[in-house]
Write a protein that binds this ligand. Structure first.
Ligand SMILES: Nc1ncnc2c1ncn2[C@@H]1O[C@H](COP(=O)(O)OP(=O)(O)OP(=O)(O)O)[C@@H](O)[C@H]1O
Ligand SMILES: [Mg+2]
Length: 297
């Protein structure tokens, strides 16, 4: 059986043809490729409507609305202080919005706690803390799943078999995820010894242990040297494609963002400036003004 997917430029710029060839019969499916949300055919996995958040007199998020299409990598960019991390804090439940609504998989989530959004499989990556740096890569992953039987001391006395079985399952899952992100060869290395790019992949791998449906990834390219960024970009893209995950990614490294994100949303001073494909965003004079204008000062 052969499976091929090719862009169908002649049909429409955003369509992809998928051919499943069994030798004697070929199925041909035309579907939407990466790009902005097609409101007629695709429901958003995440939807923000008129979200506002102020800190004292500062409007950190000022009437922001957008939709995120499922199983894609959507970029969120903007100059320093634009409100990107604040928006992640609001979506993940760390901050409550002052007004506005947020829906995840059709259900309202604004007002839920960080823990509650995590349980809904809307997960945020977190930096590897100082304590976790002193543990091996594999142990970093094995710590993640909640409600492990071994966490309750009495179970280790009365149900050692159950605890052992669960540990084996978690280890297998962790090894599978390490393979997905390409860190298998480093499983016994201390997390603190990893390079910048490898640490970002470990953060992603830890998040994957929670079986997320959507990941909020804040600046995966930070502290990663340019030669590692390409590997990082490839791994993120591969992970999304193979696991039906949605990613909303904040990035300052334009090369990385333009390479893997589509669409891209641009924030400026708490407001949504524009949204579009990488090419549309790259050529938008308002975006150029925000970035280049800022550096000229
Ligand atoms: N908890 C807070 N209390 C007060 N002000 C805050 C708080 N969090 C963020 N801000 C302010 O809100 C604005 C947006 O900050 P935010 O961190 O979201 O920007 P950002 O786009 O993530 O910037 P960067 O690219 O530098 O990470 C900034 O002016 C910041 O100082
Ligand atoms: Mg930030």
């Amino acid at each position: 059986m052969y499976l091929t997917a090719t862009p169908k430029n002649k049909l429409k710029s955003n369509l992809v043809e998928i051919r499943i060839d069994y030798g004697y019969i070929t199925f041909r499916i035309i579907r939407e490729g990466p790009g902005t949300l097609n409101s007629q055919t695709e429901s958003p996995i995440l939807s923000l409507q008129n979200v506002r958040k102020s800190f004292g007199g500062l409007k950190a998020i000022d009437d922001v609305s957008f939709d995120v299409a499922p199983c894609r990598i959507t970029g969120l960019i903007g100059p320093n202080g634009a409100g990107k991390t604040t928006l992640f804090n609001i979506i993940s439940g760390f901050h409550k919005p002052d007004t506005g609504e947020i829906h995840f998989k059709g259900k309202r989530i604004d007002g839920l706690s960080l823990h509650q959004t995590f349980n809904k499989k809307l997960c945020r990556t977190f930096q590897i803390s100082r304590e976790l740096k002193l543990m091996t890569v594999l142990d970093n992953l094995m710590l993640v799943p909640p409600n492990q039987a071994g966490e309750k001391l009495w179970r280790t006395w009365f149900c050692p078999g159950l605890v052992r079985k669960q540990e084996i399952q978690i280890r297998e899952k962790a090894l599978k995820i390490l393979q997905l992100v390409g860190l298998t060869h480093l499983k016994d290395e201390y997390a603190g010894n990893l390079s910048g790019g490898q640490k970002r992949l470990l953060e992603l791998a830890r998040t994957m242990m929670a079986d997320p449906e959507m990941i909020l990834f804040d600046e995966p390219g930070a502290g990663v040297n340019p030669s590692e960024r390409k590997t990082l970009a490839d791994r993120i893209r591969q992970l999304v494609q193979e696991n039906q995950i949605t990613v909303l990614l904040i990035g300052h490294e334009m090369e990385l963002v333009m390479d893997i994100c589509n669409p891209i949303i641009v924030l400026e001073r708490g407001k949504k400036l524009t949204e579009g494909t990488p090419d549309q965003v790259r050529c938008d004079p308002r975006v150029l003004e925000v970035y280049l204008g800022g550096t000229e000062e």
